[in-house]
Design a protein around this ligand. Structure first.
Ligand code: UGY
Ligand code: MN
Length: 154
């Protein structure tokens, strides 16, 4: 797997990972939440081959790494902001997030706290935590965002 590539392994999928040289691997692991007869499939892909998606009312660029169909109980979003761009919506939602800032720097607001963040920083956002990001500096901000979806949060 080259830089920018990713894999989704469905539940009970026997696997091993080997690496010839040093590499950084980001792993999200969760217990799969079954839903009726839906069955997620193994996926191997490349971030840059994922299409840009519509983001009505927002300016950031969005790619999703997994299908949005009901078989998948989470998704990974790749979000790009140019310096000076920010989330128009101060979001509050039931979904929790795991975020890794891959490139750039900016300010993350969580509730009433404001955090300067830079590439390599990680954030966990609990359900219903108000969230907002503004990109600063001179280079693009890109972050990777885990989001649980398609299941009743209760
Ligand atoms: O999809 C999201 O919930 C995303 N826009 N949240 C975020 O960037 N904090
Ligand atoms: Mn969000």
């Amino acid at each position: 797997m080259a830089v920018d590539s990713y894999a989704y392994l469905p539940p009970n999928f026997e696997h091993s990972i080997a690496c010839d040289s040093s590499a950084t691997l980001i792993v999200f692991e969760r217990r799969y939440a079954y839903l009726n007869d839906h069955k997620p499939e193994e996926i191997v892909g490349s971030t840059d081959k994922q299409p840009l998606l519509e983001t009505p009312g927002e300016v950031f660029e969005l790619r999703k790494l997994l299908p949005t169909s009901l078989a998948y109980d989470f998704n990974i979003h790749i979000m790009d902001f140019q310096p000076g761009e920010y989330l128009n919506v101060k979001e509050v939602h039931y979904n929790q997030h795991g975020l890794l800032l891959l490139e750039g720097q900016g300010i993350y607001r969580l509730g009433e706290s404001w955090y300067p963040v830079q590439a390599g920083d990680v954030i966990w956002m609990a359900p219903f935590v108000p969230q907002w990001y503004a990109a600063l500096g001179k280079t693009r901000s890109r972050y990777l965002l885990y989001k649980d979806v398609n299941r009743n949060p209760l």
